[in-house]
Design a protein around this ligand. Structure first.
Ligand code: ZN
Ligand code: ZN
Length: 357
C-alpha cells in the first residue's frame, strides 16, 4: 500500500485528481511488477487501478492485488478505461509522465480523455523515487553481490593475450548464472590506451602486460540495477600509473567522506575534484562525480558541479571519479553509497587498492 499512498500524495501535492502511469519503470515502481505493460491509474484519494492484458493478467493478479490495486483485463482501450475511472471518481485532471510518454501516446490519451486535463508531472516521479525504501536497497545490494562475485570469478582470465570482448562476455555470463536478470547497461571493458575512453566498448583488442583494464558494469535483481567500476593493472604498473590510480582513489574516498544528508551534490563533486585538480589532472576528469540509480541506471540526485540540490536520507549515489589521459590510459573507481537512517553505508564491498593481476 505504501507505493499507492505515495502516488496518491503526489497527485494531491500537484493539485490533480489522480496519476496516470503508462511507462516501464514507473509502472514497475507503482506495482512492484517487473516488465509490466499496461496502464495504472491512482486517484488522489488512494484508489489504485491496474489495467493489463492476457500476457500478464494471471501473474499481475497475484503480485499486484496485494499492493492495494484492482487488477483488470479490459475489453476497451486503455484511454477509454482511464476516462471511465475519471468519470466514476469525479476526476478532472491527471498527472502524466511528460518525461517518458511519447507524443503519440499523449495524443491518444488526450483525445479520449474529454474534460480531463493532462498535467505534466515534471520531476515528480523522479523525486518520489529518489528516496529508497529498504526493499529497493536490498535488491540493489543483491545485484551488487552478484556483480562482485562474477568479477572475482573472471579476474584470472584478465591476462596478456586475452581478448577484451571475450572476457567481458564471460563477466556478463557469470552474472546471469549467479541470478542477474540482465546487465545494468552494456558492460564497459577497455584496456591499455583504450582505457582513456570513459565509456569505451569491449572490442577485439588483446590485453597486454602493462595495460590498465577498466571494467564498469552492473547486474539486475527485481528490476533494480547495480553499478561498479574497477581498474586493474596487468603484469606491472609504472610509477605514473600508480600515481594516477592513487589520485583517483584518494579523490573517491574524499567524495564518499563528503557525502551526507544536507550537503549539495555540487559539494560532494568538489571534494573529489579538488584532489584531482591539486594533483594536476583536473582537465582529465570531464564527467560528473556520480548519479543515483534504481529502476533506471541513471536517476537523480546526482553529484556534479552544476547540481546544487541537497542530498537527503534515503538517497543512493555512485561516487566515480576518473582520470583519462588520451592515448595513454585511464582510471576510474566507482562505488554505490547509501545515506541510511543509521548512517552512511557503502554498498560496494569489492576491494579497491591497486591490484596487479
Ligand atoms: Zn558505472
Ligand atoms: Zn555509474
Amino acid at each position: 500500500m505504501e507505493r499507492l499512498n505515495k502516488l496518491a500524495a503526489m497527485a494531491k501535492a500537484n493539485h490533480c485528481g489522480g496519476v496516470l502511469i503508462t511507462e516501464g519503470e514507473n509502472l514497475c515502481y507503482a506495482t512492484g511488477f517487473v516488465g509490466l505493460e499496461g496502464m495504472v491509474l491512482v486517484t488522489a484519494d488512494g484508489k489504485g487501478f491496474c489495467f493489463t492484458d492476457s500476457r500478464y493478467i494471471e501473474a499481475a493478479e497475484k503480485a499486484i492485488a496485494p499492493w492495494g490495486y484492482q487488477v483488470i483485463q479490459p475489453d476497451v482501450s486503455y484511454p477509454q478505461c482511464a476516462l471511465q475511472i475519471c468519470k466514476e471518481n469525479g476526476i478532472d485532471s491527471l498527472l502524466f509522465e511528460d518525461q517518458a510518454m511519447t507524443v503519440a501516446s499523449h495524443a491518444r490519451y488526450q483525445a479520449a480523455l474529454e474534460g480531463v486535463k493532462l498535467v505534466a508531472a515534471g520531476e515528480a516521479f523522479s523525486e518520489v523515487r529518489e528516496v529508497k525504501e529498504e526493499i529497493e536497497v536490498e535488491r540493489i545490494v543483491a545485484a551488487q553481490r552478484i556483480a562482485e562475485q562474477a568479477l572475482e570469478e573472471i579476474l584470472p582470465l584478465i591476462k596478456p593475450g586475452a581478448v577484451e570482448r571475450e572476457v567481458a562476455a564471460e563477466l556478463d555470463y557469470r552474472m546471469a548464472r549467479l541470478g542477474s536478470t540482465g546487465v545494468s547497461f552494456p558492460t564497459i571493458f577497455v584496456s591499455g590506451a583504450k582505457s582513456s575512453l570513459p565509456h569505451g566498448t569491449p572490442g577485439d583488442k588483446k590485453i597486454e602486460a602493462g595495460d590498465f583494464v577498466t571494467i564498469d558494469f552492473g547486474a539486475m535483481v527485481g528490476g533494480y540495477h547495480s553499478d561498479m567500476t574497477r581498474t586493474f593493472a596487468v603484469g606491472y604498473a609504472t610509477d605514473e600509473m600508480k600515481k594516477v590510480y592513487n589520485t583517483v582513489l584518494e579523490a573517491q574516498l574524499a567524495g564518499i567522506e563528503a557525502m551526507a544528508a544536507g550537503v549539495p551534490g555540487s559539494q560532494v563533486d568538489k571534494a573529489a575534484r579538488d584532489i584531482i585538480e591539486a594533483a594536476g589532472y583536473g582537465k582529465y576528469f570531464g564527467h560528473g562525480l556520480g548519479h543515483s540509480l534504481g529502476l533506471n541506471i541513471h536517476e537523480s540526485p546526482r553529484a556534479a558541479k552544476t547540481y546544487h540540490r541537497e542530498l537527503v536520507q534515503g538517497n543512493i549515489i555512485t561516487i566515480e571519479p576518473g582520470i583519462y589521459l588520451p592515448g595513454k590510459f585511464g582510471v576510474r573507481i566507482e562505488d554505490m553509497v547509501y545515506l541510511a537512517a543509521d548512517g552512511k553505508r557503502n554498498l560496494t564491498l569489492a576491494p579497491k587498492e591497486l591490484r596487479i593481476l
